[in-house]
Design a binder for this molecule. Sequence first.
Ligand SMILES: [Zn+2]
Length: 135
Amino acid sequence: MTQSKPLPTPTPETQPYWDSCKSHAMKLPRCKSCSQFHFYPRALCPHCWSMDLEWVTASGKGKIYSYVISHRPAPGFQDDVPYIIGVVELDEGVRLMTNIVGVIPEPKNIWVGMDVSVEYEDVSETITLPTYKPI
Ligand SMILES: [Zn+2]
């Protein structure tokens, strides 16, 4: 039996993020007091504790901060191996864990500092996952 992939469960704090991904125009939370972005979304700015936050459309661009090529699948990912799990530092300064797509998953094809741009994968009626592709 094939196990399905786990999906995120939006919370009141993360729902705007998931809604923006669903519309293929990712938004990130930014603090109106100190002007810094943060990720993951939460009720308070982690830099200055202000609750005065806004949602800003992200550039969709970033650089690979770290990555691993997985050859041993987590439950639900058995049909995807090998695949790339990456941490991307977005131009807005925040980092998020994602999949790197659109490239053969071999070390010669991927490097730290590589420029990437967002792609969107509609995985259910309500969830769209951002992935990143080399540019
Ligand atoms: Zn702040």
